[in-house]
Design a binder for this molecule. Structure first.
Ligand code: PLP
Length: 300
């Protein structure tokens, strides 16, 4: 088991003036502090998968990711910490001969073997990730792209298990990439509390909801309600940080003294501020936003 540095992760009050005017409270669930090397929701989602890998006698992990995948780095570091080998299948064969970017360099430095695939090969392989172990890149346990599977969802459900005061006025919010974190949060809620996911990519309507439902069935054999996904705050698409979002993030950082990761966490917080300002939450609502990760190190 890859032990956390800090559980339960801290909870910090973060109600801005603008939110207070809307009658809304905001707390931050500081999951970015869960583990020094495998931060945030990546630790939540990997911990049960790694425990299962070790229990199952696996000595090698295989997984997928793009050139800047946080999941890939997280698997590399976590595998190394547990004495497991790891193989990262990377989207983009053209990257093989280029100098490594900081993210792939970090994965390699942790001992991960990188295999560069064409986009077609990558799609084909990632689509078959559910087939589990045994693979053309050698034996090992296969973890899906982004790390979201049934076990990962049960790990994310622990986030809300650490919040023992949730009730009818509560909305727990998180960013949505693959939907695994939202699925876990939604499944872990007590009756009456709700979950809100903010999609960070464009065009995910329908697809992301289906993914959350599929993950609920995979993890628990049933569906859950009381959750929804906002598709209006992706800022133009994955990785896009429009000037207004950057400005919001800088202001929030200054007011609250916390560094915000931009692709997911800043988008989430900007979205809840925007929704609250538009009257989307009844007065008296308490929002708990999950800080799912750390800012990237700066550099090429
Ligand atoms: C990977 C990641 C997410 C996406 O989580 P999903 O479970 O894939 O929806 C959210 N926030 C941060 C900081 C991440 O690194």
């Amino acid at each position: 088991m890859l032990e956390s540095a800090l559980l339960p992760t801290p909870l910090a009050d973060c109600t801005d003036e603008a939110l207070a005017r809307a009658g809304v409270e905001l707390r931050l669930k500081r999951d970015d502090l869960a583990h020094p090397l495998v931060p945030g929701n990546k630790w939540r989602k990997l911990a049960p998968n790694l425990a299962a890998a070790v229990e199952g006698g696996h000595t090698r992990l295989l997984t997928f990711g793009g050139a800047y995948s946080t999941h890939l780095r997280a698997v590399a570091v976590a595998a190394a910490a547990l004495g497991l080998e790891s193989v990262g299948l990377v989207r983009g064969e053209e990257l093989a001969d280029r100098p490594r970017n900081w993210s792939l360099r970090a994965a390699e430095a942790a001992g991960m073997e990188l295999v560069f695939l064409t986009r077609a090969e990558y799609r084909e392989a990632a689509g078959r990730a559910g087939e589990g172990s045994g693979w053309r890149w050698g034996p090992g346990l296969v973890l899906p792209e982004g790390g979201s599977n049934g076990l990962a969802v049960t790990g994310a459900a622990e986030i809300v298990a650490e919040l023992d005061d949730l009730g009818e006025r509560d909305v727990v919010c998180c960013p949505v990439g693959t939907g695994g974190t939202l699925a876990g949060i939604a499944a872990g809620l007590p009756p009456g509390a709700r979950a809100l996911g903010v999609a960070v990519l464009r065009g995910g309507e329908g697809y992301l909801e289906d993914e959350v439902t599929r993950l609920h069935r995979e993890a628990y054999g049933r569906e859950f309600d009381g959750w929804r996904i906002d598709h209006g705050h992706h800022g133009g698409g994955y990785g896009r940080v429009p000037a207004a979002l950057e400005e919001f993030a800088v202001g929030f950082e200054r007011r609250h003294g916390i560094a915000l990761e931009r692709r997911y966490v800043a988008k989430l917080l900007a979205a809840v501020h925007d929704l609250a300002g538009a009257g989307a939450f009844p007065p008296g609502t308490r929002l708990t936003a999950v800080v799912t990760g750390l800012p990237d190190p700066v550099g090429p």
